[in-house]
Design a protein around this ligand. Structure first.
Ligand code: GLN
Length: 283
């Protein structure tokens, strides 16, 4: 029989494979025992049941092959909310909370606002905003029905009435001139970026990560399409790679957007650029 403490010590076997070895094991153990992290450290000498031990060993072996913990346990926290995840979607990143923070500051909290989240994946961004702003109406869209259905499951799990999800290739199925804010964490990694060959990212869908033209093609598409779907003075808010701010700003300004500015993530890197659509008559 294995105790919780002995299981936690296996973290050392993930060193080198994972930058978060200890945390990985804690999350797997919490998952198989149905307890939280505080329990694991309060009761280190408790033994796992044989079913728990078997489940843990199987998940641990899969983690050793590189599969992300979030896919193994099927859930990842974002904005302190649990999000169901599966390999058809990107795993929500803490960096992306910056996009949510910015969005919450752009529009008046207490009046009805319309928001669209393009490429919503798990729905994390749309759901976090809907949770913080009950008076806003949020729509999340993604290209594939299976992804939209995952986002919808997350919506139901969180019980949020002011958000919905539809299948749409970026803005294509969305109403025109309807949004006070459009935002997105689109794919923005260049196809030849070596970062794609290591870590969790190897197991995530390429369609959610990689974009042609140095990672900027989808951003350019969104920038172009959003003009027809924003209200005059509506905001566009985009996450992008830390070296892409200048080029994203260039794309936005060439497309006629105004009030363009970039802000930094927790690591101090350029991560989110915002701007406003003046409306066709003012161009
Ligand atoms: N920021 C993520 C990463 O570098 C990528 C997210 C994205 O492409 N939208 O791992």
């Amino acid at each position: 029989m294995v105790t919780i403490k002995q299981a936690l010590m296996l973290a050392c076997r993930l060193e080198g494979l994972s930058e978060t070895a200890r945390l990985d094991v804690e999350v797997l153990l919490a998952h198989v025992t149905g307890r939280d992290k505080a329990y694991l450290y309060t009761w280190p000498d408790r033994e796992l049941t044989s079913a728990q031990q078997q489940a843990f060993e199987s998940l641990f072996a899969q983690r050793q092959t590189g599969i992300p913990v979030a896919y193994l346990v099927g859930v990842k926290e974002f904005w302190s909310l649990p999000m169901k995840v599966n390999p058809s979607t990107l795993i929500p990143r803490p960096d992306t909370e910056l996009l949510v923070q910015r969005a919450l500051k752009l529009l008046a909290a207490d009046s009805p606002q319309t928001v669209a989240d393009l490429g919503t994946g798990t729905g994390a961004i749309a759901l976090a905003i809907a949770k913080e702003r009950p008076r806003w109406k949020v729509l999340g869209c993604d290209m594939k029905a299976e992804i939209v259905s995952l986002a919808e499951q997350n919506r139901q799990m969180l019980g949020l009435p002011n958000v919905g999800f539809v299948v749409s290739d970026w803005c294509r199925e969305l109403p025109k001139h309807a949004y006070d804010l459009i935002l997105s964490n689109p794919p923005y990694i260049a196809p030849d970026d070596p970062h794609l060959q290591s870590g969790d990212i190897r197991f995530e869908p390429t369609s959610a990560l990689v974009s042609e033209e140095d990672g900027l093609r989808d951003i350019a598409t969104i920038v172009d399409q959003a003009k027809e779907h924003l209200k005059p003075q509506g905001f566009l808010l985009l996450e992008h790679g830390w070296k892409q701010a200048k080029r994203v700003q260039g794309i936005l300004s060439a497309a006629g957007y105004s009030a363009i500015s970039t802000c930094q993530d927790l690591a101090g890197l350029d991560r989110v650029t915002q701007c406003q659509w003046p409306g066709d008559d003012k161009r």
